[in-house]
Write a protein that binds this ligand. Structure first.
Ligand SMILES: [Zn+2]
Length: 197
């Protein structure tokens, strides 16, 4: 984290975590390599402990955002914390209004967290995958599976979609079909739908 960002962060007292901030910055670079550049109008202030897992526009007017991780996430489950961090990093590519997040954005976030090699327990990803596979109706599983179908129909589709439009949650079904003509129309429609709270 550069000095200017650190100085900016001092305006916002909170339980900041340097170790997870450093990992978050590294993951953000990885996410940009896969999904295209993040919206640089936003400044990433780092990771802090809070009441829930969320990418939070801490100052919307000045476009300052941070990732908040739930302070009650158990310390004996460091991989679960990292899994949640990787998920939130995708929202940091262009911090959305929480009410506007779509299945596409959530599915990409799940897919990114499942694709990382940041986990200490070699069995962690397998166990996490099993949780998704065993809950086919869970909204996160639905989002993740549909993103898998979309990417299978058109490689690099996510970075192509994000080239004109930084926010995944602003991408319409028509844009998806125009970029990935082989994608099933019902899948494209679902992906552009608002993700329920
Ligand atoms: Zn999310």
């Amino acid at each position: 984290m550069d000095k200017a960002t650190l100085a900016l962060r001092q305006e916002f007292p909170g339980d900041w975590c340097d170790e997870l901030t450093a990992l978050g910055e590294k993951l953000l670079v990885e996410a940009e390599q896969i999904y295209g550049k993040r919206d640089r109008a936003w400044t990433f202030l780092g990771v802090q402990w809070g009441e829930k897992n969320v990418t939070w526009p801490i100052d919307k007017q000045r476009k300052l955002a941070c990732i908040c991780l739930h302070k009650l996430l158990p310390n004996h489950m460091p991989d679960f914390i990292r899994f949640n961090l990787a998920h939130e990093v995708v929202h940091m590519l262009c911090p959305p209004d929480r009410d506007d997040v779509t299945y596409l954005e959530e599915g990409v976030a799940v897919s990114f967290s499942l694709g990382r090699s940041i986990y200490r327990d070699p069995g962690y990803l397998g166990a996490q995958l099993k949780i998704f596979e065993e809950s086919p109706d869970d909204k996160y599983t639905v989002a993740w599976k549909d993103v898998g179908r979309l990417v299978a129909s058109e490689p690099n589709v996510i970075s192509k979609l994000r080239s004109p439009e930084k926010s995944l949650s602003c991408i319409s079904a028509a844009q998806i079909i125009a970029t990935a003509p082989r994608c099933d129309k019902a899948v494209a429609e679902r992906l552009a739908t608002k993700f329920p709270e």
